[in-house]
Design a protein around this ligand. Structure first.
Ligand code: AMP
Length: 304
């Protein structure tokens, strides 16, 4: 079933206590598509790149069955660029630089078959672009999920709130939930954010897992305690890709399916952080994923 993923396709430079990489492949849509490709085979990306984006990386996505025709290449342009440095705890980071480059003037015009996609993942990018995509959908997708970050809360809050109003699932991290709601307690933050429109809110807490809320229930998905967290970049997007890949396969959105979906998302994110950039999530087998899911089940199963 068709999953449309919108988000940055980017070049990143990353520094962690384990090392430094310059100008590697990144971007929200890149991580989302790779993660989702293990669960569903009709993925389409809408994004924009410059001539500096390595062409072979698009080829690799195509071999996974990802349709990249919706990635607009700007001749002579430069791709969205982000650089960040992680603190020793790997849970927090400083953005050193964000260069919007070709993203600054991005106004997508979706290919006609994309407009009928059944599932939509609005990955992190300019809220007005997320809105443009929503407005171009011919039929409302069965499931609309959205991710965003503090950068857009600081620079485009009004537009962001309009998008949030129209989605089924919102994923943000704990700091962003506090910023968006103005509440310190995550339970209170969730209650207030759910009033802004989404039916479900997922609050990501890095190495401390993720919380899923609707108006009545809450569920906790742990993160796997890993020996080495090499590079957390893209963990949130990989989580979203795993979650939406799973949901696209299941078809129906309800609290039970979302519980499983966020365990799938957490499992995919646990791979992502084990190597720099998309290196680890490019080379997984179904057996790797099944083994990892079993580790999650073992982590939280107990008798009373
Ligand atoms: P995450 O670690 O899940 O927040 O995702 C990191 C990825 O998001 C990197 O590959 C960046 O290229 C991309 N990114 C960083 N800042 C932004 C932004 N303001 N909007 C969209 N994508 C971003």
């Amino acid at each position: 079933m068709s999953l449309l993923a919108v988000g940055t396709v980017a070049i990143d430079s990353i520094e962690t206590p384990y090392g430094k990489v310059e100008r590697v492949v990144g971007g929200a849509a890149t991580y989302i598509a790779w993660a989702a490709s293990y669960f569903t085979d009709q993925i389409r990306i809408v994004s924009i790149i410059g001539e500096d984006f390595p062409e072979e990386e698009l080829g690799l996505l195509k071999t996974r069955g990802v349709d990249t025709d919706g990635i607009h290449l700007v001749k002579g342009g430069k791709s969205f660029f982000w650089s960040g440095r992680y603190h020793n705890d790997m849970n927090s980071r400083d953005t050193l630089e964000t260069q919007l480059n070709v993203l600054a003037d991005f106004s997508p015009d979706l290919p006609s078959e994309y407009r009928k996609s059944k599932y939509l993942m609005l990955g992190n990018l300019t809220p007005s672009v997320q809105m443009t995509v929503l407005n171009q959908m011919e039929v409302r997708p069965d499931i609309i999920a959205m991710d965003t970050m503090n950068f857009w809360m600081d620079s485009a809050m009004d537009e962001l709130l309009k998008v949030i109003k129209r989605v089924d699932i919102l994923t943000i991290n704990d700091e962003e939930a506090r910023q968006l709601s103005g509440k310190q307690s995550l339970a209170k933050a969730a209650r207030d954010i759910l009033k802004m429109g989404p039916k479900y809110l997922i609050i990501k807490k890095g190495e401390h897992g993720a919380l899923l809320f609707d108006n009545e229930q809450v569920f906790f998905a742990p993160a796997l305690p890993l020996y080495d967290v090499f590079d957390p970049t893209g963990a949130g997007d990989t989580f979203a890709g795993g979650m939406m890949g799973y949901l696209s396969n299941k078809g129906e959105l309800n609290f039970g399916n979302l519980k499983s979906a966020i365990i799938y998302g957490s499992a995919m994110a646990s791979f992502c952080v084990e190597e720099f950039s998309i290196n680890k999530i490019k080379s997984l087998s179904d057996r790797d994923i099944q083994k990892r899911l079993k580790m999650f089940i073992d982590l939280v199963q107990f008798d009373i």
